[in-house]
Ligand binder design. Structure first.
Ligand SMILES: [Zn+2]
Length: 110
């Protein structure tokens, strides 16, 4: 699943669990999409966006990805900042990492 790939430090280092969810929301990508369904260009966009967010937060103590804080992480049940649909949360992957996403903005690709 794309969320697991983003966390794989062998692929790219630095993307943690918070940024994983934030980047996927930012580019309206479903965290449970399998890597073979994510277009190469979208994959490149995800890493570029992650890089930009990480750099933007280098000198801050509180992570900010959208005006006012975070878009989805830690916001289960709260309204999506884009469409007001309640944010969902689920444990995902081998290590049951928390994933948060908007079911409306981030529909499954298949
Ligand atoms: Zn939404």
């Amino acid at each position: 699943m794309i969320a697991d790939v983003l966390l794989d430090q062998r692929v790219a280092s630095g993307i943690g669990n918070v940024y994983k969810s934030e980047v996927l929301w930012s580019l309206q990508t479903n965290p449970f999409d399998t890597i073979d369904t994510v277009a190469d260009e979208r994959l490149a966009q995800l890493y570029r966006r992650a890089s930009r967010l990480l750099i933007a937060n280098l000198t801050t103590t509180s992570r900010t990805t959208v005006p006012g804080g975070l878009a989805v992480y830690g916001r289960r049940g709260k309204p999506c900042r884009r469409c007001a649909t309640p944010i969902l949360k689920k444990d995902q992957g081998q290590f049951a990492r928390i994933t948060t996403w908007c079911p409306r903005c981030q529909p499954a690709s298949s």
